[in-house]
Design a binder for this molecule. Structure first.
Ligand code: FCB
Length: 474
């Protein structure tokens, strides 16, 4: 494969530290396909996609971008971009089809081959153990609102780590527990599609507990490896200085950010969030917090946008990605409104606000114990159509990533220990409830032929990696 990297030796105007990880991210259900192959069991997403009205156009991940069969081609693509690290997720139902009891060695072998191919290409593997594809039999027994699921997760994590931990050194337990808990169990927009606020709070707690139990189990096997979780954080601002708006921002920041960061990093739930959610009977056992807050070695941050919120009554705004319905069971639909702040949006309707990323990073540095940080997701989704020759001129994505990398650079200059950046995503893929309608990849995929064609952003990113930083502003 020819290299995508331009032949330029210009020194970057915004250099990143030596050893900074330059990566891209994907997730199993979104790319692998081969849903019925290799002994894989059903996950909650297989079931959800088959439930009418849940996923746009009734699409599903049965084939996705066929990465299960094409992973060697995809690793070659990563090489041609010059990626130094690759974040992917391991499908629990591929490795342990019923989520309990026997493991499927054929499933694990796929990840062995993938890891070997990555290492051979000089690309560091960064697996995530849970990116939302819970084995369906575990959901049938109650899913994440059941404490037992946390224990099952730790057992599965230990098994995968025992197989790969000698060659894989950076491990992410759960991806975006906010989404798994609240989109999955409160708003019902994601699998398993339940709408039960009390259950969603228990799900959040057990995802965190599963994280802590998994860290313990894996660390017992190989103490030298590095463990952490990936959380989706938002900058949150009040629409005005009015006390109602300021309080709305406190509540949303509480549910979105602090509900996860405080237990993980401080070993306690935020008092105000416990008070806000008291009516749902959320009373997590104190003893669990010691497990949830086991020291971690790295924190993954997924950042896409900012929420601007108002606490005064008015018309609720629903954008493509509105978390409004997610929060409404909690905060009262007439008491928190997500309002547009007038910034340009991506094809998801998400406002582009790189300053928010800087705020999130510097806040973590200020308010929480300092630990190595990685951007484990950041990117822009559009509804793109390629030119006649299959190429995609995605200037919007380039501008988005450039701006967010500059925000990372600013944070690093102020001492924030940020050590890597993984853009979402390497390839166009199955975007959950949006089906295949939104494309986030650096590489365009023709879903009919599975042909991969790097977009302009792929060439641009390869050049940034080669230079070790960003060019001067045009
Ligand atoms: C994140 C998910 C990821 C992808 C991006 C766009 O919330 O972790 O799988 O869908 O959003």
């Amino acid at each position: 494969m020819t290299s995508l990297q331009d032949d330029t030796s210009a020194a970057p105007a915004a250099p990143f530290p030596t050893g900074f990880r330059w990566g891209a991210a994907t997730a199993a259900y979104q790319i692998e396909g081969a849903a019925g192959e290799g002994g894989r069991g059903p996950s909650i997403w297989d079931t959800f996609c088959r439930t009418p009205g849940k996923v746009l156009n009734g699409e599903n991940g049965d084939v996705a971008v066929d990465h299960y069969h094409r992973f060697r081609e995809d690793v070659a693509l990563m090489s041609s971009l010059g990626l130094t690290a690759y974040r992917f997720s391991i499908s629990w139902p591929r490795v342990q089809p019923t989520g309990a009891g026997s493991f499927n060695s054929e499933g694990l072998d796929f990840y062995r081959r993938l890891v070997d191919a990555l290492l051979e290409a000089g690309i560091e593997p960064w697996p995530t153990l849970y990116h939302w594809d819970l084995p369906q039999p575990l959901e049938d027994k109650g899913g994440w609102p059941e404490r037992e699921t946390a224990h099952r997760f730790a057992e599965y994590a230990a098994h995968v780590h025992a197989a790969l931990g000698d060659r894989v050194h950076h491990w992410t337990t759960v991806n975006e527990p906010w989404c798994a808990a609240f989109l999955g169990y409160a708003s019902g927009e994601h699998a398993p599609g339940r709408r039960d606020p009390s259950a969603s709070l228990l799900a959040a707690h057990h995802l965190l507990l599963g994280h802590g139990l998994a860290v313990d189990a894996m660390r017992a096997e190989t103490p030298g490896n590095r463990f952490g979780a990936a959380v989706n954080l938002y900058a949150v601002s009040p629409a005005t200085d009015a006390p109602e708006d300021v309080d709305a921002a406190r509540r949303i920041d509480g549910l979105q950010n602090r509900l996860f960061l405080d237990p993980l990093l401080l070993g306690r739930y935020p008092e105000d969030v416990l008070a806000d959610t008291e009516r749902y009977g959320f009373a997590p056992p104190d003893a669990d917090l010691a497990v949830i807050s086991r020291p971690i070695d790295q924190l993954g941050i997924n950042y896409y946008s900012r929420h601007t919120v108002a606490g005064t009554p008015g018309e609720a705004t629903q954008t493509a990605s509105s978390p409004f319905s997610t929060y409404s069971p909690w905060v009262g639909s007439d008491h928190v409104r997500f309002v547009p702040a007038g910034r340009p949006v991506t094809g998801m309707g998400w406002e582009i606000d790189e300053r928010g990323l800087y705020e999130v990073l510097t806040r973590l540095y200020r308010e929480y114990p300092s630990l190595p940080l990685y951007i484990t997701e950041n990117g822009a989704g559009y509804d793109e159509t390629p030119d006649g020759d299959g190429t995609v001129q995605d200037a919007g994505r380039i501008a988005y990533i450039d701006a967010h990398l500059r925000a990372c650079h600013d944070a690093i200059s102020e001492g924030v220990p940020l050590h890597g950046y993984f853009t979402w995503s390497l390839l166009d893929n199955f975007e959950w409830a949006w089906g295949y309608s939104k494309r986030f990849g650096l590489v365009h995929v023709d879903y009919a032929t599975q042909r991969r064609v790097p977009k302009d952003s792929a060439r641009w990113y390869a050049d940034v990696i080669r230079r070790g930083g960003l060019p001067g502003r045009a």
